[in-house]
Write a protein that binds this ligand. Structure first.
Ligand code: GLU
Length: 286
């Protein structure tokens, strides 16, 4: 099998050392095994994505010596595919409309009988306020968020698992299985379509990894907890589950994960200061 990896940055700020490391992992893995690394621009959040950041991504990656097949998949050009997948899940009775805002969720989750709120891949595990007893019917609503009914989804999906060749933040590796009870308590009814974008990170990434025929997904530890959601969506949508390889995060001197706004560690800043691509490799230990 020829392997296909991908690097999937969001054009919402400059690429920094953490992105450079993630790109090296994805491109090096593909190259070592005679495969290709594809590029994907994750710009579903059109309020934050900027064409100039996208242009800077291409420029920085080329400067680092990386090349990728054309065309690049830009998520904002692929909204129809997400709508189709959402329609499939809706028709299967696995989604329901949710009108809660963040404050409603925080309040419901911290009600005295609930104990300490559980944190999942998207923050507080949804307490189920809007979950109906029977699946809703009719056209897909577009004026609200759509959540996955996790209990129903797990029942429909059957066994959900994926292969991890790197490790999760707690050293998780090998065959990772998502148990039904765990899915409900530690992930809960995640949002599949946000009201403002009509899709979500989870749904788009799963549709795109399949569309780009990605065999190996490499990404940082911070996304390990999202991977069971992706493996579940792949089963529900009849899509293949790639191999996953989560890697360490590049942290600043204080041990904090680098953020987009951390311009001091932007690749463009190092370039302007005269660093070479090899210097960048050395700085991230790649
Ligand atoms: N777009 C995500 C990021 O920039 C990466 C998503 C993924 O690798 O699944 O962090």
């Amino acid at each position: 099998m020829t392997i296909r990896t991908r690097f999937a940055p969001s054009p919402t700020g400059p690429l920094h050392l953490g992105h450079a490391y993630a790109a090296f992992v994805a491109f090096d893995m593909a190259q070592a095994q005679g495969g290709r690394c594809l590029l994907r621009i994750e710009d579903i959040d059109q309020t934050r994505a900027r064409p100039e950041w996208e242009a800077q991504i291409y420029d920085d990656l080329h400067w680092l010596g990386l090349t990728w097949p054309q065309p690049v998949l830009r998520q904002s050009d692929n909204m129809k595919a997400y709508a189709q997948a959402i329609d499939t899940l809706w028709q299967s009775g696995l989604l329901y409309p949710c009108h809660c805002n963040r404050r409603d969720i925080a309040q419901a989750a911290s009600a005295p009988q609930e104990g300490a709120p559980m944190l999942g891949p998207d923050g507080i595990v949804y307490p189920g306020t809007c979950r109906p007893d029977t699946p809703p019917t009719g056209p897909v609503p577009t004026d609200c968020a759509l959540r996955l009914d996790m209990a129903r989804a797990m029942e429909r999906a059957g066994p959900v698992s994926f292969t991890e060749t790197g490790s999760g933040p707690k050293g998780e590796t090998g065959r990772i299985v998502l148990a039904t009870g765990t899915a409900q308590t530690t992930i809960g009814d995640v949002v599949i379509a946000r009201r403002d974008f009509g899709t979500s990170y989870h749904l788009s990434v799963v549709v795109d990894d399949a569309a780009q025929a990605i065999s190996h997904v490499t990404r940082g530890h911070d996304l390990f907890s999202a991977t069971p959601v992706h493996a579940l969506l792949q089963r529900l949508l009849g899509l293949p589950t790639p191999v996953y390889h989560h890697h360490r995060l590049i942290r600043d001197d204080g041990g904090k994960r680098l953020a987009k706004r951390d311009d001091a560690r932007a690749i463009a800043t190092f370039r302007a200061d005269g660093a070479s691509p090899q210097d960048i490799r050395r700085m991230v230990g790649s």
